[in-house]
Design a protein around this ligand. Structure first.
Ligand code: APR
Length: 240
């Protein structure tokens, strides 16, 4: 009985730390963000490459857009921000909720990563009940079939599609003792709304070189630095 009591008290004392990341955390690995100068949406129109309608209208253009991004991700490495977030697991119960479709958090060693907008290394059937298939970094071509026989498509949440992991993410973030938001313009909903589900009393940090202290985010400590600098410094502080 005593052993259980000790375990329980230890378990309760481990703080839950939630990371909410966006494209900015992968910028220093060499992956383009979306809305910065030179970002993806400067060269592509969302409605031409990132909607279900676009896929129905021009499947080869959409498949090639994700093939290019998948090939780029295969060539880069996690940066100091991803690597330091993994270190937080030595002291905290960490869950990373990411809007990113790259696998850099996993490759840095984070053990619990929730992808809100899907994963570039996974694919599924475009029609019907589908399984999620690991494709690694291989291209998807028109005519490639999923296990259910329909055209293979990236396992990505396109604009206008449901975000199946949203409720799960909301429940997780509502239990945060510490919230770290990094590298997101907080432009895209429902994902961006998640940060408001963190408990009022949670410690909240935001790491982004372009968001200045005093910006509208209540109760956040704003760290106006690139993720590769700001996250390691914050992690050192949190690990004590
Ligand atoms: N370190 C930290 N933050 C950075 C860095 C960096 N080195 N470089 C840029 N940023 C910040 C920018 O200031 C911006 O706030 O990263 C953010 C990138 O914003 P977006 O390009 O809008 O990316 P994101 O917020 O992840 O977009 C959300 O939009 O297009 C959809 O599905 C896509 O998941 C994506 C969603």
């Amino acid at each position: 009985m005593r052993f259980n009591v000790i375990l329980a008290s230890n378990f309760d004392s481990v703080k839950r730390l939630i990371v909410f990341s966006g494209a900015g955390i992968s910028a220093e690995s060499g992956i383009q963000t979306f809305r910065d100068a030179g970002g993806l949406w400067e060269n592509y129109k969302v409605e031409e490459v990132a909607t279900h309608e676009a896929f129905s209208r021009s499947p080869e253009l959409v498949l090639e857009f994700y093939n290019l991004r998948r090939r780029a991700i295969a060539k880069v490495e996690p940066n100091d921000a991803h690597l330091h977030l993994r270190k937080l697991e030595d002291k905290f119960d960490v869950t990373v909720i990411t809007q990113n479709i790259d696998n850099l958090h996993e490759r840095a060693g984070s053990s619990r990563v929730l992808h809100l907008h899907g994963e570039i290394t996974k694919a599924r059937g475009a029609q019907g009940k589908h399984e999620i298939e690991d494709i690694g970094y291989t291209d998807i071509k028109l005519g490639d079939k999923a296990t259910n026989g329909s055209q293979l498509r990236p396992h990505i949440v396109w604009f206008g599609e449901d975000v199946p992991e949203y409720e799960n993410a909301m429940n997780i973030i509502s239990t945060a003792n510490i919230l770290i938001v990094v590298g997101t313009s907080l432009n895209v909903y429902p994902a961006a709304g998640l940060i408001h589900y963190a408990p009022l009393e949670a410690e909240k940090y935001l790491v982004d070189p372009n968001i200045l202290a005093g910006d509208s985010l209540q109760n956040f400590e704003i760290i106006s630095k690139p993720a590769g600098t700001g996250i390691p410094q914050l992690v050192q502080r949190l690990l004590g």
